[in-house]
Design a protein around this ligand. Structure first.
Ligand code: KG4
Ligand code: ZN
Length: 331
């Protein structure tokens, strides 16, 4: 039996999970730092590192307890080594090194993006080939996976990630941090057709570019603020969310024209957005593409996805010793 203890500290969530035989999540505990960063309107790297250091030991104990296992049952330790905030990653990696060396078990360094992809392994298998769309606060990527441990990035953002733009637009609207969930909720009562934003790079390849859209939305907000009318926040949120969804659908469907895979797997915080996943699922249905949904709690950062990736890609990670944080780990 394989029992992986996994640690994720790449950004503002401290998380520890216990994964049994690469499929079953026995525990997946998480401490979100959102409240501490909210006052600053975004993640403060030094604060993130300190909070990870404060919480990690407690979370390891809790993950073991919740899973009803002890350190002696653990056969490998997996940890996110990048991409992410350097100081934040270092906390997880240091703790993982201590665990692995004191228990004399393998230490598996995991790429955070692999985690978002292999979160899909929870309770089922993930057959290749597939196309993976990962949309988070730091990444917007289309990755073709013809076989496990072969990752071909066929589309990526040339500037801001989609999640980052959700956060910046929410900030401009005074809605708080993180922007994604607040914009999704506010958009529910809005008219998505009220403001017409241009789809970025609509006719142009598989890459994304969201910074022009961010500027357009912020400029619209500023110009509306000059009028006496109340700011139509819900309509702005709905119109912005629609253009992000349309962009993701157009690029993803175009990507399927270039590969033989007929299966879409999705991941990353923005995929927690039901409007966006409904648009993606509908587009896939129309084209006979198999859309694989993922539970909301496995979209945003968590340690279970790191343990699942570590289990699925053992040979891939074998060659990556010694561990270096944010060392330009290949996908
Ligand atoms: O994957 P994640 O938890 O962390 C990174 O690896 O970046 O993604 C966080 C991002 C944030 O930008 C957040 O605003 C966005 O995901 N997000 C959402 C939603 N929930 C989280 N964006 C749109 N709609 C949501 N419901
Ligand atoms: Zn992430």
């Amino acid at each position: 039996m394989k029992m992986i203890l996994a640690i994720e500290t790449s950004c503002d969530d401290t998380s520890v999970a216990i994964i049994k035989n690469g499929k079953t999540i026995l525990s997946n505990v998480l401490s979100s730092q959102i409240k501490s960063h909210q006052a600053y309107g975004g993640v403060v790297p030094e604060l993130a590192s300190r909070l990870h250091a404060e919480k990690i030991n407690y979370l390891i104990d809790k993950a073991l307890n919740d899973a009803a296992v002890t350190f002696q049952d653990i056969t490998a330790c997996a940890v996110t080594v990048g991409p992410g905030l350097e100081g934040a990653l270092l906390v997880g990696v240091s703790v993982a090194k201590v665990i692995a060396s004191s228990l004399n078990i393998p230490l598996i360094p995991v790429n955070h993006i692999h985690g978002h992809i292999y979160a899909h392994l929870a309770d089922h298998s993930l057959e290749c080939p597939f196309l993976s769309l990962i949309v988070s606060g730091g990444h917007t990527q289309l990755i073709h996976v013809p076989q496990h441990d072969s990752f071909d990035i066929i589309g990526k953002t040339r500037d801001d990630a989609a999640g980052e733009v959700f956060d910046k637009v929410a900030r401009a609207l005074g809605l708080g941090y993180p922007g994604g969930p607040i914009i999704e909720k506010t958009a529910q009562t809005g008219d998505a057709t009220r403001f017409k934003f241009t789809i970025p790079m609509k006719h142009d390849g598989l890459d994304f570019s969201f910074s022009g859209l961010k500027t357009a939305v912020i400029q619209l907000i500023k110009s509306l603020e000059q009028t006496d009318e109340p700011l139509p926040i819900a309509d702005i949120c709905a119109s912005f969310q629609k253009v992000v969804a349309d962009t993701l659908v157009i690029k993803t469907m175009r990507a399927f024209e270039t590969i033989s895979a007929q299966r879409l797997i999705v991941g990353g915080g923005v995929i927690a957005n039901t409007y966006i996943t409904t648009a993606l699922a509908d587009a896939c249905k129309k084209r006979g593409i198999d859309y694989i949904p993922i539970p909301r709690q496995l979209c945003t950062d968590n340690a279970a996805m790191i343990g699942l990736a570590a289990y699925c890609l053992p040979t891939y990670y074998q060659n990556l010793q010694p561990i270096r944080v944010n060392s330009g780990l290949p996908l």
